[in-house]
Design a protein around this ligand. Structure first.
Ligand SMILES: Nc1ncnc2c1ncn2[C@@H]1O[C@H](COP(=O)(O)OP(=O)(O)O)[C@@H](O)[C@H]1O
Ligand SMILES: [Mg+2]
Length: 319
């Protein structure tokens, strides 16, 4: 393949997003490439622009507390020193707890008429449905957008595999739910009215699930940005992510390439920079040079608002 190796004359940036009025910006990619750093700098960008912004990290490795240097937990916390910026970190256990709280009574009311099982057993059984956790995560994200609570939600997703599961989910989940009534009806001979109640519940979940899926694949609402590094593993993996998302109806239009050597002033760095060039060329070729945002390898770790501001300036080319 004769990919163009030339860097664009004007470096690409995320600033074109400013005019697009998206509601959710998702960052995905493998572990350690800079998802949390890019997400946090992006959230800071929108907060500084006066938008009420929430950054949500669903990665199991806690990290927002480190980067913002303040304790951040599963409920919305204002980031000290930055107006309009709120953060939360939510793991799967908390997602499940909230899901049970939200849907438990409804599920029990509908299911208990067809199966004679204790509350916890019914809820736990349904909670094991494939994809239900992901479903809740999407619903959770959407909830923060609905009703105008936030202008912008920046979502620091868990490493790629999970993100993919998220988007392939509505189909799998609904298939499971559709087979559930058959299972229950076989288990017990029941009255038509109970059947209707259970089918109604599944019907409303189907609608909800389809609504959520539609929101997330609509480029008017959501931007999915792949974060990667210019090395074989990073680039091949992000190509797979881009392909898979495409298969689920979601087009990735931008990538942040992190840890780019921009100032190779030693033999060591020159060698590393040369190693990176073909991978950068591949990304330019795949996405178009205007859609590949380069983030230099910095001599320090990105921690605290001042450092994040530097990253924000690079990603958005602000002054
Ligand atoms: N451009 C960069 N230069 C130097 N260090 C970076 C850069 N980007 C990220 N880091 C550091 O690399 C580590 C991993 O980044 P992080 O954003 O947490 O990755 P991820 O969320 O993808 O696992 C962090 O310690 C972060 O400060
Ligand atoms: Mg992270």
């Amino acid at each position: 393949m004769n990919a163009p190796t030339r860097h664009p004359a004007t470096p690409a940036s995320l600033s074109a997003l400013d005019a697009e009025n998206k509601r959710v910006i998702m960052f995905g990619g493998k572990g350690g490439v800079g998802k949390t750093t890019s997400s946090s700098a992006t959230a800071l960008h929108y907060a500084l622009a006066g938008k009420k912004t929430l950054i949500i990290s669903s990665d199991l490795t806690p990290s927002l507390s480190d980067i913002f240097e303040t304790p951040i937990g599963p409920s919305e916390t204002p980031v000290p020193g930055v107006d309009n910026l709120f953060a939360l970190e939510i793991g799967i256990d908390e997602v499940m707890r909230r899901w049970k709280e939200k849907f438990g009574p409804q599920i029990y009311a509908a299911a208990s008429v067809v199966v004679d099982m204790p509350y916890d057993e019914i809820i736990d059984y349904v909670a094991m449905a494939p994809g239900i956790q992901e479903e809740f995560m999407l619903d959770f994200i959407l909830e923060h957008i609905r009703g105008g609570r936030y202008d912008m939600v920046v979502w620091d997703t868990a490493p790629a595999g999970d993100t993919l599961r998220l988007l392939s989910l509505p189909g799998r989940f609904l298939k499971h739910l559709r087979t559930a009534p058959r299972f229950y009806f076989k288990a017990q001979d029941i009255l038509g009215v109970s059947r209707t109640q259970f089918l109604d519940l599944i019907g409303s979940w189907t609608t909800l699930s389809e609504e959520i899926a539609r929101f997330f694949v609509d480029p008017a609402n959501v931007e999915f940005i792949v974060v990667t590094i210019p090395e074989a593993l990073g680039v091949y993996q992000s190509r797979r992510v881009i392909e898979d998302l495409k298969a689920h109806g979601l087009t990735v239009r931008r990538a942040v390439v992190n840890s780019v050597i921009t100032d190779p002033d030693s033999a060591f760095l020159r060698q590393r920079s040369a190693m990176q060039q073909p991978y950068l060329a591949m990304l330019f070729n795949d996405l178009g040079a205007d859609s590949v945002i380069l983030m230099p390898l910095l001599p320090y770790e990105v921690k605290g608002i001042a450092r994040l501001r530097e990253v924000e300036r690079i990603l958005f080319r602000t002054e």
